[in-house]
Design a binder for this molecule. Sequence first.
Ligand code: MRU
Length: 379
Amino acid sequence: MSGAPGFVRVFLMVGYNERRSQPPGNPMTTASTHHDSVRAVEWRDDALMLLDQRRLPGETALLRLENVPAVVAAIRNMSVRGAPAIGVTAAYAMVLAARAIPDCEPAGWLAGMEAARARLAAARPTAVNLEWALAAMMAVAHEHPRDQQALLAEARRIHEADIAGNRRMGELGSALIEPGRAVLTHCNTGALATGGYGTALGVIRAAAAAGKITEVLVDETRPWLQGARLTAWELHREGVPARLIVDSAAPLFMASGDVGWVIVGADRVAANGDVANKIGTYALAVAARYHGIGFMVVAPTSTVDLATATGADIPIEQRDGAEVFGDLDLPASVAVANPAFDVTPAALVDVLVTERGVLRMPDTAAIAALMSGPGVGGV
Ligand code: MRU
Protein backbone atom coordinates (compact mmCIF):
# COMPACT_ATOMS: atom_id res chain seq x y z
CA MET A 1 0.00 0.00 0.00
CA SER A 2 2.78 2.39 0.84
CA GLY A 3 3.68 2.35 -2.86
CA ALA A 4 0.21 3.54 -3.90
CA PRO A 5 0.33 7.02 -5.40
CA GLY A 6 -1.54 9.71 -3.49
CA PHE A 7 -1.13 7.91 -0.20
CA VAL A 8 0.53 10.00 2.49
CA ARG A 9 0.86 9.38 6.21
CA VAL A 10 0.51 12.79 7.80
CA PHE A 11 0.24 12.49 11.56
CA LEU A 12 1.35 10.23 14.37
CA MET A 13 0.65 10.22 18.05
CA VAL A 14 0.23 7.78 20.90
CA GLY A 15 -3.44 7.08 21.43
CA TYR A 16 -4.46 4.45 24.00
CA ASN A 17 -3.89 6.47 27.11
CA GLU A 18 -5.85 9.48 25.91
CA ARG A 19 -8.50 10.49 28.45
CA ARG A 20 -11.78 12.25 28.00
CA SER A 21 -10.59 15.17 30.06
CA GLN A 22 -7.67 15.61 27.70
CA PRO A 23 -8.99 15.51 24.15
CA PRO A 24 -6.08 14.47 21.94
CA GLY A 25 -4.57 16.78 19.39
CA ASN A 26 -5.62 14.50 16.58
CA PRO A 27 -8.17 16.56 14.66
CA MET A 28 -10.24 13.46 13.92
CA THR A 29 -10.97 12.98 17.58
CA THR A 30 -13.28 15.34 19.44
CA ALA A 31 -14.34 15.93 23.02
CA SER A 32 -16.65 13.05 23.89
CA THR A 33 -19.43 14.97 25.58
CA HIS A 34 -21.93 13.19 23.36
CA HIS A 35 -20.36 9.74 23.73
CA ASP A 36 -18.97 9.91 20.23
CA SER A 37 -15.36 10.96 20.31
CA VAL A 38 -13.67 9.69 17.20
CA ARG A 39 -14.03 9.77 13.41
CA ALA A 40 -12.60 7.09 11.12
CA VAL A 41 -13.28 9.04 7.91
CA GLU A 42 -13.26 12.74 7.11
CA TRP A 43 -13.10 14.98 4.04
CA ARG A 44 -10.65 17.76 4.71
CA ASP A 45 -8.61 20.19 2.59
CA ASP A 46 -9.75 18.56 -0.66
CA ALA A 47 -8.67 15.09 0.38
CA LEU A 48 -9.93 12.00 2.15
CA MET A 49 -8.52 11.54 5.64
CA LEU A 50 -8.60 8.12 7.31
CA LEU A 51 -7.65 7.18 10.84
CA ASP A 52 -5.33 4.22 10.17
CA GLN A 53 -7.03 1.41 12.09
CA ARG A 54 -4.11 -0.98 11.60
CA ARG A 55 -2.07 1.11 14.04
CA LEU A 56 -4.60 1.49 16.83
CA PRO A 57 -4.58 1.39 19.80
CA GLY A 58 -0.88 2.21 20.13
CA GLU A 59 -0.75 5.00 17.57
CA THR A 60 -3.22 7.46 16.14
CA ALA A 61 -2.08 7.90 12.57
CA LEU A 62 -3.92 9.80 9.87
CA LEU A 63 -3.70 8.90 6.21
CA ARG A 64 -4.31 11.49 3.52
CA LEU A 65 -5.65 9.83 0.34
CA GLU A 66 -5.84 11.65 -2.95
CA ASN A 67 -6.81 9.05 -5.53
CA VAL A 68 -8.88 5.92 -6.07
CA PRO A 69 -6.03 3.33 -6.10
CA ALA A 70 -4.92 4.59 -2.70
CA VAL A 71 -8.47 4.24 -1.35
CA VAL A 72 -8.84 0.71 -2.78
CA ALA A 73 -5.58 -0.25 -1.05
CA ALA A 74 -6.71 1.29 2.24
CA ILE A 75 -10.01 -0.66 2.16
CA ARG A 76 -8.23 -3.93 1.26
CA ASN A 77 -5.57 -3.64 3.92
CA MET A 78 -8.10 -2.58 6.60
CA SER A 79 -6.76 0.91 7.24
CA VAL A 80 -10.49 1.57 7.12
CA ARG A 81 -12.92 -1.25 7.91
CA GLY A 82 -16.47 -1.82 9.12
CA ALA A 83 -19.34 -1.90 6.62
CA PRO A 84 -20.70 1.67 6.94
CA ALA A 85 -17.22 3.23 7.20
CA ILE A 86 -16.21 1.49 3.98
CA GLY A 87 -19.35 2.87 2.30
CA VAL A 88 -18.67 6.45 3.44
CA THR A 89 -15.03 6.11 2.35
CA ALA A 90 -16.05 4.90 -1.11
CA ALA A 91 -18.46 7.82 -1.47
CA TYR A 92 -15.65 10.33 -0.88
CA ALA A 93 -13.41 8.29 -3.20
CA MET A 94 -15.84 8.99 -6.03
CA VAL A 95 -15.13 12.71 -5.56
CA LEU A 96 -11.43 11.90 -5.97
CA ALA A 97 -12.30 9.87 -9.07
CA ALA A 98 -14.24 12.76 -10.61
CA ARG A 99 -11.31 15.08 -10.07
CA ALA A 100 -8.87 12.73 -11.78
CA ILE A 101 -10.82 12.32 -15.02
CA PRO A 102 -9.45 14.64 -17.72
CA ASP A 103 -11.80 17.23 -19.21
CA CYS A 104 -14.02 15.35 -21.67
CA GLU A 105 -17.59 14.85 -22.85
CA PRO A 106 -20.15 13.68 -20.25
CA ALA A 107 -20.21 10.18 -21.76
CA GLY A 108 -16.44 9.79 -21.42
CA TRP A 109 -16.53 11.23 -17.91
CA LEU A 110 -19.29 8.82 -16.90
CA ALA A 111 -17.27 5.90 -18.32
CA GLY A 112 -14.37 7.00 -16.11
CA MET A 113 -16.66 7.20 -13.09
CA GLU A 114 -18.04 3.74 -13.84
CA ALA A 115 -14.48 2.34 -14.00
CA ALA A 116 -13.74 3.90 -10.57
CA ARG A 117 -16.98 2.49 -9.18
CA ALA A 118 -16.08 -1.03 -10.36
CA ARG A 119 -12.59 -0.77 -8.90
CA LEU A 120 -13.84 0.38 -5.51
CA ALA A 121 -16.68 -2.18 -5.42
CA ALA A 122 -14.16 -4.99 -5.87
CA ALA A 123 -12.05 -3.91 -2.88
CA ARG A 124 -13.96 -6.06 -0.37
CA PRO A 125 -16.89 -8.33 -1.25
CA THR A 126 -19.09 -8.90 1.82
CA ALA A 127 -20.16 -5.48 3.16
CA VAL A 128 -22.97 -4.32 0.88
CA ASN A 129 -22.73 -0.72 2.12
CA LEU A 130 -19.85 -0.34 -0.32
CA GLU A 131 -22.02 -1.07 -3.37
CA TRP A 132 -24.90 0.90 -1.85
CA ALA A 133 -22.84 4.08 -1.44
CA LEU A 134 -21.30 3.71 -4.89
CA ALA A 135 -24.75 3.35 -6.46
CA ALA A 136 -25.89 6.55 -4.72
CA MET A 137 -22.82 8.39 -5.99
CA MET A 138 -23.32 7.11 -9.56
CA ALA A 139 -26.92 8.32 -9.48
CA VAL A 140 -25.65 11.84 -8.73
CA ALA A 141 -22.94 11.48 -11.38
CA HIS A 142 -25.62 10.70 -13.98
CA GLU A 143 -27.79 13.58 -12.83
CA HIS A 144 -24.96 16.13 -12.67
CA PRO A 145 -22.14 15.01 -14.98
CA ARG A 146 -18.71 16.47 -14.14
CA ASP A 147 -20.10 18.33 -11.11
CA GLN A 148 -17.60 17.64 -8.33
CA GLN A 149 -19.48 19.84 -5.86
CA ALA A 150 -22.68 17.82 -6.33
CA LEU A 151 -20.70 14.62 -5.70
CA LEU A 152 -19.06 16.03 -2.58
CA ALA A 153 -22.45 17.17 -1.28
CA GLU A 154 -23.83 13.65 -1.78
CA ALA A 155 -20.84 12.04 -0.04
CA ARG A 156 -21.28 14.41 2.90
CA ARG A 157 -25.02 13.64 2.97
CA ILE A 158 -24.30 9.88 3.08
CA HIS A 159 -21.82 10.46 5.91
CA GLU A 160 -24.19 12.63 7.96
CA ALA A 161 -27.17 10.34 7.35
CA ASP A 162 -25.12 7.40 8.62
CA ILE A 163 -24.38 9.20 11.88
CA ALA A 164 -28.02 10.28 12.28
CA GLY A 165 -29.17 6.72 11.61
CA ASN A 166 -26.73 5.36 14.17
CA ARG A 167 -28.00 7.76 16.82
CA ARG A 168 -31.57 6.72 16.09
CA MET A 169 -30.61 3.03 16.32
CA GLY A 170 -28.86 3.81 19.59
CA GLU A 171 -32.14 5.11 21.02
CA LEU A 172 -34.23 2.26 19.62
CA GLY A 173 -31.84 -0.49 20.72
CA SER A 174 -31.17 0.97 24.15
CA ALA A 175 -34.92 1.10 24.84
CA LEU A 176 -34.97 -2.72 24.59
CA ILE A 177 -32.36 -3.20 27.32
CA GLU A 178 -33.44 -3.82 30.90
CA PRO A 179 -31.06 -2.19 33.40
CA GLY A 180 -28.60 -4.03 35.60
CA ARG A 181 -26.90 -6.61 33.39
CA ALA A 182 -23.89 -6.94 31.10
CA VAL A 183 -23.95 -7.02 27.32
CA LEU A 184 -21.60 -8.94 25.08
CA THR A 185 -20.35 -7.69 21.71
CA HIS A 186 -18.16 -8.88 18.88
CA CYS A 187 -15.78 -7.18 16.46
CA ASN A 188 -15.83 -3.38 16.30
CA THR A 189 -19.09 -1.70 15.36
CA GLY A 190 -18.35 1.70 16.82
CA ALA A 191 -17.42 5.13 15.53
CA LEU A 192 -14.43 3.51 13.86
CA ALA A 193 -16.61 1.13 11.83
CA THR A 194 -19.14 3.75 10.70
CA GLY A 195 -19.55 7.42 9.82
CA GLY A 196 -19.59 8.01 13.59
CA TYR A 197 -21.13 6.78 16.88
CA GLY A 198 -21.60 3.18 15.74
CA THR A 199 -24.28 0.56 15.17
CA ALA A 200 -24.16 -2.16 17.85
CA LEU A 201 -21.66 -0.09 19.80
CA GLY A 202 -23.98 2.90 19.32
CA VAL A 203 -26.71 0.97 21.14
CA ILE A 204 -24.18 0.06 23.83
CA ARG A 205 -23.07 3.73 24.04
CA ALA A 206 -26.67 4.87 24.46
CA ALA A 207 -27.42 2.16 27.04
CA ALA A 208 -24.24 2.98 28.98
CA ALA A 209 -25.10 6.70 28.94
CA ALA A 210 -28.52 5.78 30.37
CA GLY A 211 -26.83 3.79 33.15
CA LYS A 212 -28.41 0.57 31.98
CA ILE A 213 -25.46 -1.79 31.66
CA THR A 214 -23.07 -3.10 34.29
CA GLU A 215 -20.27 -3.84 31.83
CA VAL A 216 -19.47 -4.68 28.23
CA LEU A 217 -17.88 -8.04 27.54
CA VAL A 218 -15.71 -7.49 24.47
CA ASP A 219 -14.75 -10.48 22.34
CA GLU A 220 -11.16 -10.07 21.18
CA THR A 221 -12.33 -11.12 17.67
CA ARG A 222 -9.71 -13.37 16.16
CA PRO A 223 -7.79 -13.11 13.97
CA TRP A 224 -7.65 -9.35 13.31
CA LEU A 225 -8.53 -8.40 16.92
CA GLN A 226 -11.05 -5.66 16.15
CA GLY A 227 -12.50 -6.16 19.65
CA ALA A 228 -9.20 -6.07 21.51
CA ARG A 229 -7.63 -3.27 19.50
CA LEU A 230 -10.59 -1.08 18.57
CA THR A 231 -13.72 -1.72 20.67
CA ALA A 232 -11.80 -1.83 23.95
CA TRP A 233 -10.09 1.42 22.92
CA GLU A 234 -13.36 3.18 22.06
CA LEU A 235 -15.01 2.11 25.33
CA HIS A 236 -11.93 2.99 27.36
CA ARG A 237 -11.89 6.51 25.89
CA GLU A 238 -15.42 7.08 27.13
CA GLY A 239 -15.08 5.43 30.51
CA VAL A 240 -17.56 2.64 29.77
CA PRO A 241 -16.77 -0.40 31.96
CA ALA A 242 -15.53 -3.20 29.71
CA ARG A 243 -13.74 -6.51 30.00
CA LEU A 244 -11.88 -8.10 27.15
CA ILE A 245 -12.37 -11.87 26.74
CA VAL A 246 -11.13 -14.44 24.25
CA ASP A 247 -13.83 -15.36 21.74
CA SER A 248 -14.20 -18.88 23.06
CA ALA A 249 -15.00 -17.60 26.59
CA ALA A 250 -18.29 -16.03 25.49
CA PRO A 251 -20.55 -19.05 26.24
CA LEU A 252 -19.03 -19.38 29.71
CA PHE A 253 -20.04 -15.79 30.49
CA MET A 254 -23.50 -16.39 29.03
CA ALA A 255 -23.91 -19.39 31.34
CA SER A 256 -23.13 -17.17 34.35
CA GLY A 257 -26.51 -15.48 33.95
CA ASP A 258 -25.04 -11.98 33.96
CA VAL A 259 -25.38 -11.31 30.24
CA GLY A 260 -28.65 -9.62 29.19
CA TRP A 261 -28.03 -9.24 25.45
CA VAL A 262 -25.55 -10.18 22.75
CA ILE A 263 -25.37 -7.13 20.47
CA VAL A 264 -23.62 -7.23 17.08
CA GLY A 265 -23.54 -5.36 13.77
CA ALA A 266 -23.83 -6.68 10.22
CA ASP A 267 -22.06 -6.48 6.90
CA ARG A 268 -25.05 -7.60 4.87
CA VAL A 269 -28.59 -8.57 5.80
CA ALA A 270 -30.21 -10.75 3.13
CA ALA A 271 -33.84 -10.31 2.05
CA ASN A 272 -34.89 -13.18 4.34
CA GLY A 273 -33.12 -11.73 7.40
CA ASP A 274 -29.98 -13.90 7.36
CA VAL A 275 -27.05 -11.85 8.65
CA ALA A 276 -23.44 -11.84 7.47
CA ASN A 277 -21.11 -10.45 10.11
CA LYS A 278 -17.60 -10.97 11.48
CA ILE A 279 -16.54 -14.59 11.81
CA GLY A 280 -17.64 -15.86 15.20
CA THR A 281 -21.03 -14.13 15.15
CA TYR A 282 -22.87 -17.33 14.20
CA ALA A 283 -21.36 -19.20 17.17
CA LEU A 284 -22.46 -16.38 19.48
CA ALA A 285 -26.03 -16.55 18.13
CA VAL A 286 -26.18 -20.31 18.70
CA ALA A 287 -24.83 -19.94 22.24
CA ALA A 288 -27.18 -17.03 23.01
CA ARG A 289 -30.23 -19.04 21.91
CA TYR A 290 -29.09 -22.03 24.02
CA HIS A 291 -28.79 -19.80 27.08
CA GLY A 292 -32.04 -17.92 26.45
CA ILE A 293 -30.19 -14.63 25.91
CA GLY A 294 -31.47 -12.08 23.39
CA PHE A 295 -29.47 -11.73 20.17
CA MET A 296 -29.69 -8.20 18.74
CA VAL A 297 -28.39 -7.20 15.29
CA VAL A 298 -28.00 -3.47 14.76
CA ALA A 299 -27.61 -2.34 11.15
CA PRO A 300 -28.74 0.62 9.02
CA THR A 301 -30.97 -0.10 6.03
CA SER A 302 -27.92 0.56 3.81
CA THR A 303 -26.74 -2.86 5.06
CA VAL A 304 -29.97 -4.61 3.99
CA ASP A 305 -29.66 -6.12 0.52
CA LEU A 306 -32.99 -7.07 -1.02
CA ALA A 307 -31.13 -8.30 -4.11
CA THR A 308 -29.55 -11.09 -2.03
CA ALA A 309 -32.26 -13.64 -1.30
CA THR A 310 -30.61 -15.61 1.52
CA GLY A 311 -27.38 -15.85 3.45
CA ALA A 312 -26.18 -18.60 1.12
CA ASP A 313 -25.98 -15.97 -1.64
CA ILE A 314 -23.74 -13.59 0.34
CA PRO A 315 -20.10 -13.57 -0.86
CA ILE A 316 -17.82 -14.37 2.07
CA GLU A 317 -14.40 -12.74 1.95
CA GLN A 318 -11.49 -15.17 2.35
CA ARG A 319 -8.46 -13.36 3.75
CA ASP A 320 -4.77 -14.24 3.89
CA GLY A 321 -3.94 -17.17 6.18
CA ALA A 322 -1.06 -15.15 7.61
CA GLU A 323 -3.66 -13.20 9.63
CA VAL A 324 -4.44 -16.48 11.45
CA PHE A 325 -0.96 -17.82 12.21
CA GLY A 326 0.87 -14.52 12.62
CA ASP A 327 4.42 -15.14 13.85
CA LEU A 328 3.92 -18.89 14.42
CA ASP A 329 6.56 -20.89 12.62
CA LEU A 330 4.08 -23.23 10.90
CA PRO A 331 5.28 -25.99 8.58
CA ALA A 332 4.53 -24.87 5.02
CA SER A 333 2.32 -27.94 4.51
CA VAL A 334 -0.25 -26.75 7.09
CA ALA A 335 -3.21 -25.35 5.18
CA VAL A 336 -5.03 -22.34 6.66
CA ALA A 337 -8.58 -21.12 6.04
CA ASN A 338 -9.47 -17.55 6.99
CA PRO A 339 -13.10 -16.69 6.20
CA ALA A 340 -13.59 -13.14 7.47
CA PHE A 341 -17.37 -13.44 7.93
CA ASP A 342 -20.06 -16.01 8.68
CA VAL A 343 -23.81 -16.12 8.21
CA THR A 344 -26.25 -16.24 11.10
CA PRO A 345 -29.65 -17.64 10.06
CA ALA A 346 -32.55 -15.22 10.57
CA ALA A 347 -34.15 -17.75 12.92
CA LEU A 348 -31.44 -17.00 15.49
CA VAL A 349 -31.94 -13.21 15.35
CA ASP A 350 -34.32 -12.03 18.07
CA VAL A 351 -34.24 -8.37 17.08
CA LEU A 352 -33.03 -6.43 14.07
CA VAL A 353 -32.61 -2.73 14.92
CA THR A 354 -32.48 -0.33 11.96
CA GLU A 355 -32.87 3.45 11.77
CA ARG A 356 -36.36 2.86 10.37
CA GLY A 357 -37.51 0.74 13.28
CA VAL A 358 -37.14 -2.52 15.18
CA LEU A 359 -38.07 -5.93 13.77
CA ARG A 360 -38.59 -8.85 16.15
CA MET A 361 -37.73 -12.21 14.60
CA PRO A 362 -37.11 -10.61 11.18
CA ASP A 363 -38.30 -12.49 8.10
CA THR A 364 -38.79 -11.81 4.40
CA ALA A 365 -42.17 -10.08 4.77
CA ALA A 366 -41.12 -7.86 7.67
CA ILE A 367 -37.91 -6.82 5.92
CA ALA A 368 -39.75 -6.03 2.67
CA ALA A 369 -42.21 -3.84 4.60
CA LEU A 370 -39.37 -2.11 6.47
CA MET A 371 -37.49 -1.33 3.27
CA SER A 372 -40.48 0.25 1.59
CA GLY A 373 -40.77 2.87 4.38
CA PRO A 374 -38.92 6.18 4.85
CA GLY A 375 -35.52 6.37 6.53
CA VAL A 376 -33.69 8.90 8.69
CA GLY A 377 -32.19 11.79 6.73
CA GLY A 378 -33.18 10.15 3.46
CA VAL A 379 -31.07 7.03 4.12
O1 MRU B 1 -13.52 -7.08 8.67
P1 MRU B 1 -14.19 -5.88 9.27
O2 MRU B 1 -13.48 -5.33 10.46
O3 MRU B 1 -14.50 -4.83 8.23
O4 MRU B 1 -15.59 -6.44 9.79
C1 MRU B 1 -16.47 -5.56 10.43
C2 MRU B 1 -17.68 -6.24 10.97
O5 MRU B 1 -17.88 -7.41 10.79
C3 MRU B 1 -18.69 -5.38 11.67
O6 MRU B 1 -19.35 -6.12 12.65
C4 MRU B 1 -19.70 -4.88 10.63
O7 MRU B 1 -19.07 -4.25 9.56
C5 MRU B 1 -20.68 -3.95 11.23
S1 MRU B 1 -19.85 -2.44 11.62
C6 MRU B 1 -20.91 -1.27 12.04
